[in-house]
Ligand binder design. Structure first.
Ligand SMILES: [Zn+2]
Length: 187
């Protein structure tokens, strides 16, 4: 049985895997200190962000859930690693907000992040962050992406239509998530 990290007791979500950035190093190197995505801890935080970005909120935005369990958002096409301030995440993807009956609600959400390649099993971290902020949400990712690392060519591949074959080299992809060979919290 693996030893628990010393800070495990202080984590809000000790059961969630933390995902390290696995994308191109130059994107991480370009992250400026203090430039992480906007923290959305309440619906009011989203009001403030929306007031500044009215046009963009009609489209999906970049999001991560940081290791403290806080939702962070950034304009569409922002790099996830920048939204995360270069750090680890509990989940990442794209999210579209809508106003439903006077309340902010997530209309669409995916785990589409090639920088972190989070497993669909990261959903509970997203749900918890939205619930704490008082933002409505669906029961799960509305668009699910299945990431794997190809053992043959080492590329990060996406499984399409349940076909576990690497699109780059034709190699077989494993059934279990394997994108980060040494995930920080272990499986
Ligand atoms: Zn391959």
């Amino acid at each position: 049985m693996p030893a628990r990290p010393p800070d495990a007791a202080h984590r809000p979500y000790p059961g969630h895997r933390r995902y390290r950035y696995v994308g191109p190093e130059e994107l991480r190197a370009a992250v400026r200190p203090g430039a992480a995505g906007r923290a959305i801890r309440t619906a009011g935080d989203l009001d403030g962000w929306a007031a500044e970005r009215t046009a963009e909120l009609a489209e999906p935005v970049t999001f991560v859930v940081d290791p403290q369990g806080t939702l962070r958002v950034a304009p569409r096409r922002s790099e996830h690693v920048a939204c995360a301030g270069g750090g680890q995440v509990l989940s990442a993807g794209e999210m579209r907000f809508a106003r439903v009956a006077g309340r902010w609600t997530v209309a669409e959400v995916s785990n589409q992040s090639t920088g972190y390649c989070p497993d669909p099993a990261s959903w509970p971290a997203v749900a918890a962050a939205l619930d704490r902020a008082g933002i409505g949400r669906p029961a799960g990712f509305t668009h699910v992406v299945v990431f794997r690392r190809c053992a043959e060519c080492q590329e990060r591949a996406i499984v399409h239509d349940g076909d576990f074959v690497c699109v780059f080299c034709g190699g077989a992809l494993p059934v279990a998530w394997n994108v980060d060979p040494e995930p920080p919290d272990g499986p």
